[in-house]
Design a protein around this ligand. Sequence first.
Ligand SMILES: Nc1ncnc2c1ncn2[C@@H]1O[C@H](COP(=O)(O)OP(=O)(O)O)[C@@H](O)[C@H]1O
Ligand SMILES: [Mg+2]
Length: 285
Amino acid sequence: MGISADHIRELHRYEIRILMILERLMRRYRWVPLDILRRTIGLSESEVSYRLGRLMAMGLVRFDAVPYEGYSLVFQGYDALALISLTRKGTVRALGTLIGEGKEAVVYEALGLSELALKFHHVGQRSFQSARVTRDYMPDQGHCPWIFASRLSAEREYEALQTLHPSVSVPLPVDINRHTVVMEFVPGATLNRCTLESPRDVLSEILENVRLAYGKGIIHADLSEFNVMHDGSRIYLIDWPQWVGTDHPNAAELLVRDLGNITRYFSRRFGIEVPADEILGEVTG
Ligand SMILES: Nc1ncnc2c1ncn2[C@@H]1O[C@H](COP(=O)(O)OP(=O)(O)O)[C@@H](O)[C@H]1O
Ligand SMILES: [Mg+2]
């Protein structure tokens, strides 16, 4: 389920307060016990029940009676908090349409001072078990692994964009709140959905940007035709949360895999063949 701007606009200030308190209490409880929630909120019992009922109907909060009666934020509620903060701050003025929905993120178009992309990182809940195995930047987390993992994922991506922009062609990072990265909206589409006039030039441009990123100490580590966008005149490398440093123990292997994904794609789709070892040499200088 996506984010409903209508729901967020309709939130009563008590409901926003409840979301914020839930967020805070979830540092200590995976399920926040009803009595603790009531005590912390300082509203009447009936008011709290009414507000929680509305939040649940909007899909922002979840209730479970096992192991005890408790409430928990879900991604939609956490998204709402980030969006409210970004709006109050003035970074975001309007939420646009859903432009991408992957395994671990949902991306929306939005309007701020310019056109923006909002990437809400959703790492965990269902996919958390596998994420834990494959991502080595996940230190021990507290009671709420999905909040922790999603924030970390956003922070990692933001850090890469800040390091790389503008030397490497990546979206301009604009702001970050909780698990949400705000960046420049890139027009166009991912390579797998583009028709390319001169694929050979596009391939060189991608490899040149991989080389420049490497020079900044960063390897993408999830590079493929799905994470390169093309706007008709230039390419952008997107989707950076899993980047590794060039000093990472698996750096060489991950770089070879990135380059292999790209060259295989150009070979398969356009019949362009380039020797892998030659490219590796060029990229690493
Ligand atoms: N800055 C951006 N501007 C425009 N569209 C974007 C931007 N970032 C991501 N997208 C779109 O959202 C999709 C998902 O984003 P991505 O960062 O690849 O996350 P994930 O693959 O983890 O879902 C992309 O395939 C692309 O279509
Ligand atoms: Mg992607």
